[in-house]
Design a protein around this ligand. Structure first.
Ligand code: B1M
Length: 217
């Protein structure tokens, strides 16, 4: 990595931490112009910056408004990168639904999973945030979705993942659907405990997993 590329990634990192959504956009454009890949920009610039924002919040230096500004800056950059990640010519390799579980308003990780799934050729039904168990059931039963991804970022919304899975079981559709869970507080142990089929620690692993699922079927 040259000084120039390292500097620009550092600047992207800092502008996301500062929540400066306009500067982040011009820096992302600059980074692409000097041939940094969208993945490098995301992973080494923006995602790492959000981890620092979390630490600043935890230590009492940042409050919700600052977190929101950083989230907006990250989303701005991510949206700009989307066309560089998604291959519009791809024929759908399979469909899945994604949502942040009930009570959870965090959607950056879920959106990243969604963008990378689309870039890998999958069709994504984005259920949004604060998704109740009934909505997960609806998309399985009424839209014939066989792979459902659930994301959560709060320890307090983790039980909602179990509720959603239990709801699928009670409705008698659990055997026909593969449930993938992820999000910062989620672990493989937790996934096993709530009866999810798979856990992915990040968006890339989630894509790998879904590719393997659809290749099998
Ligand atoms: Co919130 N927040 N937040 N927040 N926030 C966290 C999660 C927190 C860890 C911050 C902290 O204290 N360090 C903390 C949770 C603590 C806990 O539960 N133990 C927290 C809190 C407390 C809160 C509020 C309660 C604050 C308050 O109001 N007092 C509140 C709750 C709102 C609610 O949801 N009901 C709240 C609000 C917000 C904002 C709205 C301001 C904003 C979200 C904006 C948005 O998403 N549109 C926000 C933000 C930005 C954060 C942090 C700083 C960043 C999250 C993020 O976007 N990360 C976060 C701190 C942190 O995570 N360290 C924090 C970047 C993103 C790419 O990572 O989502 O983890 P992540 O996704 C990763 C993996 O987890 C994985 O892939 C991605 C990487 O490739 N992944 C999956 C995610 N989903 C997946 C699904 C999969 C597979 C992989 O398969 C389906």
């Amino acid at each position: 990595m040259t000084d120039n590329t390292a500097n620009i990634l550092d600047s992207i990192y800092e502008t996301v931490v500062d929540g400066d959504q306009n500067t982040v956009l011009s820096l992302v454009k600059e980074a692409l112009a000097i041939d940094l890949t969208p993945q490098e920009i995301l992973n080494e610039g923006m995602i790492q910056a959000m981890a620092e924002v979390g630490e600043l919040f935890e230590s009492g230096e940042y409050f919700v408004p600052e977190m929101l500004l950083s989230a907006r800056a990250m989303k701005n950059g991510m949206n700009y990168l989307k066309p560089y990640l998604v291959d519009g010519g791809n024929k759908s390799k399979g469909r899945l639904a994604l949502g942040s579980t009930r009570g959870d308003l965090h959607d950056i990780g879920k959106n990243l999973v969604s963008i990378l799934m689309e870039s890998a050729g999958f069709e994504v039904i984005d259920l949004g945030v604060d998704v109740p168990p009934e909505r997960f059931l609806e998309v399985v039963r009424d839209d014939g979705i066989e792979v459902v991804g659930m994301s959560c970022l709060l320890t307090t919304t983790m039980p909602a993942m179990k509720d959603a899975i239990d709801h699928l079981s009670k409705a008698g559709v659990r055997d026909g659907v593969t449930v993938l869970v992820g999000g910062a507080p989620v672990t493989q142990d937790f996934a096993d405990h709530i009866g999810a089929d798979h856990f992915a620690p990040d968006a890339n692993q989630a894509v790998k997993l879904v590719k393997s699922l659809f290749n099998k079927s």
